[in-house]
Design a protein around this ligand. Structure first.
Ligand code: NAI
Length: 336
């Protein structure tokens, strides 16, 4: 079977890590025709907008996209293209599995967590205005529908993947209405999943305890902003942003991208770690049912990383993106 998917190379290190990931996917033998679409800085230069309609229409057509990170200017400038894509395509689940990688030494061993971040609402609704000079209001939108569907998706994942526990991360003690609604939706579904252990914990409690002992947690579901912050914290538990994958999933479309951003500090130098996006491509392969290829990429990646001879700078090595990617491809060829 051959596939046709959308490719967003992205900004900064985006083209470097997407190129590496495509080479790895090619090595699996899964036939994918990529349709590249200009998005982000490249699209501003060409079309005068960072998110041309063409990008969304192409993802709608192919249903699946691989995406590099896109820079969002701080302060005035265009609003986040990443948030806009998730909202426009209703990609309401941000799935971020966070696992220790064999051979990469961190403070905690055997970290194995999954973060489900609600992707379409919260403070990222993008509704901000200035009622009077010197004052700005940002609307934190939380709807029952959005809370229920992400909680259901998370519960289904826990059950289907044979995991055990789901924690709702909230601050309903202060935000009684908005986080209260999320808590109610979470509680209402709990009876439908009798074999999943449910707990609800305050976000400040969770971040502290994650740093002290992440083994208390298994899967965690939360609103947008908490999910953004918590997934970076979790990345720090397993070796940093260079290694943690992600997927934005809705009922009809899915966009696979790493948790990290465009890393302007190292962009263009060919030294970025492609592991996070390669791991996102493992999620992509599983999403389309190519399990054997997914396993071979994961096995090859872990084998190179655990051997420890070839690693990128962020993991203490000296390999550049190409050398590291070549090593992963060599392993895939050995496994196949
Ligand atoms: P960042 O994730 O780009 O970088 C943070 C630090 O991690 C930097 O020191 C960077 O060099 C390092 N890093 C990140 N990815 C790496 C990799 N693959 N290999 C080696 N080192 C890596 O976060 P930052 O600096 O806050 O954001 C930069 C830009 O990216 C901003 O404009 C932000 O809005 C955007 N961004 C985009 C995302 C997306 O497209 N989904 C997600 C997060 C941020």
């Amino acid at each position: 079977m051959s596939y046709e998917f959308t490719l967003i190379a992205g900004d900064g290190i985006g083209p470097e890590v997407t190129n590496a990931t495509i080479r790895v996917l090619e090595a699996t033998g899964v036939e994918i025709k990529w349709i590249p679409v200009a998005t982000g800085a490249a699209a501003v230069a060409e079309f005068g907008t960072p998110l041309p309609d063409e990008t969304l229409r192409t993802i709608e057509k192919t249903r699946v996209a691989l995406k590099g990170p896109i820079t969002t200017p701080v302060g005035h400038g265009f609003t986040s293209v990443n948030v806009a894509i998730r909202q426009a395509l209703d990609l309401y689940v941000s799935l971020r599995p966070v696992r220790s990688i064999p051979g990469i030494k961190t403070r905690h061993e055997d970290v194995d967590l999954v973060v489900f971040r609600e992707n379409t609402e919260g403070l990222y609704s993008g509704r901000e205005h200035s009622p009077v000079p010197g004052v700005v209001e940002t609307l934190r939108v939380i709807s029952e529908r959005a809370c229920s569907r992400i909680c259901k998706w998370a519960n289904d994942f826990v059950r289907n993947e044979g995991r055990s526990k789901l924690t709702l991360v909230h601050k309903a003690s202060i935000m009684k209405l908005s986080d209260g609604l999320f808590l109610d939706a979470f509680t209402a579904l709990s009876d439908d999943y009798p074999f999943v252990e449910h707990e609800a914990r305050l976000v400040d409690d969770v971040v502290r305890e994650l740093v002290i002992d992440p083994s208390q947690f298994d899967c965690m579901v939360m609103e947008n902003l908490y999910g953004d912050v918590l997934s970076d914290l979790c990345a720090g538990l397993v070796g940093g942003l260079g290694v943690v994958p992600g997927a934005n999933i809705g009922d009809r479309f899915a966009v696979f991208e790493a948790v990290h951003g465009s890393a302007p500090d190292i962009a263009g130098r060919g030294i970025a770690n492609p592991t996070a996006l390669i791991q996102s491509s493992v999620l992509l392969l599983r999403h389309i049912g190519e399990r054997k290829a997914a396993d071979s990429v994961e096995q090859a990646l872990f084998s190179v990383l655990s051997e420890g001879k070839i690693r990128t700078g962020d993991l203490g090595g000296s390999a550049d993106t190409r050398v590291f990617t070549d090593a992963v491809i060599e392993q895939i060829n050995r496994i196949r």
